[in-house]
Design a protein. Structure first.
Length: 144
């Protein structure tokens, strides 16, 4: 038994032919006019160029219409990315020996100073309350 060698090469013919058929006059031959795919490609190319030339107008109108939501989404994404970077930096710092205990000592020292400075006496607690109220007025407003 012999094995036949088949080729995977295929040929594609991309030619469109338009045939005009005349049925009113017997014996008249029809004309064949081949349509090349280049005219279709030319139409598609013209449409793409039209869209690309009007793209800046589309983008500017889209941005002016949706400016506030786009800025809000951008700020949310920037905040999420910055939090992710900050957590990565803190994770890297926690892997360095002696950095974690030093940060814990700094936190405990600041907490002790804060309690001593603001929470032990009534007069310093009143001072802390006025500072918190003034900060709240700066952030929220005076009528809240």
């Amino acid at each position: 038994m012999t094995q036949a060698n088949f080729s995977d090469e295929t040929q594609t013919i991309d030619e469109v032919v338009t045939v005009d058929l005349v049925v009113d006059e017997p014996g008249v031959m029809t004309t064949v006019t081949p349509e090349t795919p280049t005219s279709q490609f030319q139409d598609i190319k013209d449409q793409v160029l039209t869209i690309l030339s009007e793209l800046p107008v589309y983008l500017s109108s889209f941005f002016t219409e949706y400016q506030k939501p786009l800025i809000t989404v951008g700020l949310i994404l920037a905040g999420g990315i910055s939090i992710k970077v900050m957590l990565g930096v803190l994770a890297a710092l926690n892997d360095v020996p002696l950095v974690t205990p030093v940060f814990e000592l700094i936190g405990m020292g600041y907490t002790g100073w804060f309690v001593y400075r603001y929470l032990l006496k009534a007069s310093t607690r009143q001072e802390l309350l006025t500072e918190v109220d003034s900060f709240k007025e700066q952030v929220v407003g005076k009528d809240s």
